[in-house]
Design a protein around this ligand. Sequence first.
Ligand SMILES: Nc1ncnc2c1ncn2[C@@H]1O[C@H](COP(=O)(O)OP(=O)(O)OP(=O)(O)O)[C@@H](O)[C@H]1O
Length: 719
Amino acid sequence: MSDNSSELGSDETPLFRQGSLPTEDFGMAGNPNPIGLPFFKNMPTLGVQQGQEERASLLGSEVYVSYQSSSSDTVYSNRHMQEEEEEGSGLAKQSGLGYGTWRHNDDGVTITWRDLSVYVPQKKGWLKKNNHHRPFKRVLNNVSGAVRPGSLVALMGASGAGKSTLMNALAHRTPAGVIVDGDILVNSRRANKIMTSLAGYVNQDDLFVGSLTIKEHLTFMSRLRMDRRRSSRQKAARVMELMKELGLLRSQNTRIGIPGQDKALSGGERKRLAFAAEILTDPPLLFCDEPTTGLDSYNARKLVRLMKDMATRGKTIICTIHQPSSEVFAMFDKLLLLAEGRVAYMGSSAGALEFLDSLGHTCPSTFNPADYYIHTLAVLPGHEHRSRDRIKRICDNFAVSAYCKDIDITIQYHENLALSHSDSGDSFPGDPLMANVPQRPGWLAQLWWLTWRSFLDSYRNPAIHSIRILQKILIAILVGICYTNVKLNQAGIQDIEGVLFIFITENTFPSLYGVLNVFPQEMPLFLREYKNGIYRSDTYYLSKMLAMIPGFIVDPVVFCLICYWLVGLQRHAYHFFMTVLITIFTANTASACGFMFSAAFESIPYIMLFLIPFDVVLLISGGLFINLATMPWFIGWVKYLSWFMYSNEALAITQWADVKNITCEMPPGVPCINTGLQVIDDYAFNPSNLSNDFGYLGLLYLIFHLLGFIGLYLRARRK
Ligand SMILES: Nc1ncnc2c1ncn2[C@@H]1O[C@H](COP(=O)(O)OP(=O)(O)OP(=O)(O)O)[C@@H](O)[C@H]1O
């Protein structure tokens, strides 16, 4: 046991007390472990003092331990623990406490952690890149603790004490690169990835798709997070219930908005919405990072009351909280104080005052205890040395206190239980806890709801649609006007080739650059939702891709409808529709390239650094500015990556292949180009390549998207 440990969940009455084992109760006088149960091997001696509602017994090969809960009328039983009320043999009956009916095996989560240290990487300088000894900073220092079902724990401490770090570590949501050292057990099983489905986590900073309304956001979350076996009606009912409970009903159709841009919801409403989304599944374990920050006192009280009700129903809730009012603070039955990455106290809220009082830190009667704790455990500017000494003394004293010893026994108990599991306690198969883990929707359902959200977002963003289409119309008119005098003669060849290239560039650059922000902008939201196991990275990527397709069909159609007829290109339906089809392929391939860069790099400046040179080479190898046959061999291959080249060739074939009579108004002796095939040949294109061009455009589209997805996937795994 570390020097920093404590126990929660048992009010003033500790779960176990050290002392002599009442062996007569266990029927194993003189031998605390008569059948050699592995979990008893390292078990500290259990003791029950007379008159306390604590009892341990061994019945057959199963161990039963019951104890009084914090709510005084409920007995929670741990794994391998059962209530004794049916047998009538426990103290429950004797004491007439009317023990509750639920068992923690089915409904509750006990979380314990021992000697937990967390190291965060320090920023590496550019020059130190090759230094393998990357410096780490320890932000949690051998922290231990335990929380039982039915507990609402206030996790407090000054800013930077390590509260969020501890919660992240416990919730298995630590960012990549951060090292977590120590044991975390959930119902005596080693915490693993399942925690992301089992536990809810309300983050300090809320992230949303701002264009959605409250109801839409909760609907989306309910469809992706709630058990797939629940009907749509049940999911909708849960959404309504939560909106009602959290006072969001009246603003259910209000858009969430983006703070600093189009703020719609208040900070408090955003907090409540984030909270609602996390408790949709009624998780047995809930972590809340400052859920009341930004709420008025009424709403803060209401929210904590809701958490309290959840705890009364057997949920395990750990919540960081800053400056709670006395009334709100009183609703927390347990308290965990952190200071400088160490535990300064863990136990009942009332016990904290006694503990600090015993060290000479007496809370004045006029003070809110919560404020007093923070003040006592803060490193005060100008008094750093003294503050740190004070914190060290408190933490050291706590480490040898009775509170700490009690929790040590609880942790030990669960560690021993973990040893007894045949699967080494590494996972949860067959564990009743798994019944609490919602079955997430299948791949198609994920794709459907993600695409639904992306479509809504895209549809509601005027910058993406109306402005872009307006711009398209203006450009199409201007280009059309410039080329109205095009004739099918020698001078007209250059004009037609020029305007065809403009068809390509006008459908390339807006598509290419218009999507660059798709991933950088939404990356924090994606990473959070992905890490929370709400969806997979492939469904997310595909949904973004699908949501963009309609825009990249409408744009080329609008452009061609105006420009094609103004310029007076070949006036047959076949030529027009082929031109539209080629520009649609072009726009989508360009957007795929934009997606690739957007997904692969973190920020727009980095994207530009690589995209612009890439773009220029592709443009040159499009075939208008250079005869492709003359490109040097070492760079000539780039043309195969250039959708400019495929589109240009396809458009040239469409326009020229069946032209037989190009007017020649040159003086005698000057050679003329008389047929379209000659034009095609002049640009080093091949008239039989039309279907190949479509094929290569499609292939490039797939390759760019595949690379884009790989980029996104790798980034998601790295974070
Ligand atoms: N990934 C990280 N990289 C570098 N430093 C980190 C990282 N995570 C946490 N820290 C540092 O660890 C310390 C504890 O951070 P943490 O966010 O846990 O504090 P906190 O108690 O939650 O503070 P607050 O109440 O202000 O949110 C801080 O000094 C913080 O700067």
